[in-house]
Design a protein around this ligand. Structure first.
Ligand code: B4P
Length: 191
């Protein structure tokens, strides 16, 4: 089984390109953001707790997403692997992921990172806010806080995975969605 991590700042295009990667390489796309939004829509206790944190641009607690990831690993069959979109987002999450995957006799296959500058994060999320109406896209202050959260808690994962020789990066800006998709697919093909 392959265990790929799709990495990047908010709005880098993880969700935009995940479907094409998953289809081409027969992977199950697992977006922790989407799983959390489904919990919110269903009004579960987990969703109610997550909504407040997400709307403010914060991460939800590590153990919440870990439980969701384990459920998916244990229930999904008939694929060649998993494409983890937006997970892990902290060093403790990465350490736990290593353990979960090792317990299955496997290891993380590689990190596919899409990199864009902070100013472009602002532009894209402001555009998406007008289309999708997500509460965590709604204000400039929330977007700025998500970018700060990314630099403080998620960016250190780059060195974590570089040290393991698993970090691979493509340029997500400049470039149209189609151009970036070509870059991402070529990268995964080369892994
Ligand atoms: P996510 O759902 O992962 O959302 P994201 O980081 O904003 O988006 P993504 O990178 O997928 O951007 P997209 O393709 O849509 O997370 C939301 C929240 O969930 C987090 O803030 C956190 O609170 C919580 N969460 C999730 N995982 C967690 C975890 N592991 N631990 C704790 N908390 C967690 O692209 C954005 C926009 O850009 C789109 O509108 C797209 O059309 C556009 N775009 C893409 N590529 C473009 C291009 N090349 N040119 C122009 N526009 C482009």
């Amino acid at each position: 089984m392959k265990y790929y991590i799709l990495f990047g700042p908010p709005g880098a295009g993880k969700g935009t390109h995940a479907g094409a990667i998953a289809q081409k390489f027969n992977l199950r796309h697992v977006s922790t953001g989407e799983l959390l939004r489904a919990e919110i829509a269903a009004g579960t206790p987990l969703g109610i707790r997550a909504k407040e944190l997400m709307d403010a641009g914060n991460l939800v607690p590590d153990e919440v997403v870990e439980g969701m990831i384990e459920n998916v690993f244990n229930s999904v069959k008939d694929v060649d692997g998993f494409l983890l979109d937006g997970y892990p987002r902290t060093i403790p999450q990465a350490e736990v992921l290593d353990k979960i995957v090792a317990a299955r006799g496997e290891s993380v296959s590689g990190v596919i990172s899409i990199m864009i500058p902070d100013e472009e994060v602002h532009r894209r999320i402001a555009r998406r806010a007008a289309i999708e109406g997500r509460a965590d896209d709604a204000s400039d202050a929330t977007i700025s806080h998500r970018i700060e959260t990314y630099h403080a808690q998620t960016e250190p994962l780059i060195d974590f995975y570089k040290a393991e020789g698993k970090y691979h990066e493509v340029c997500g800006y400049p470039g149209t969605i189609e151009e970036v998709r070509e870059r991402v697919l070529a990268l995964v093909d080369s892994l």
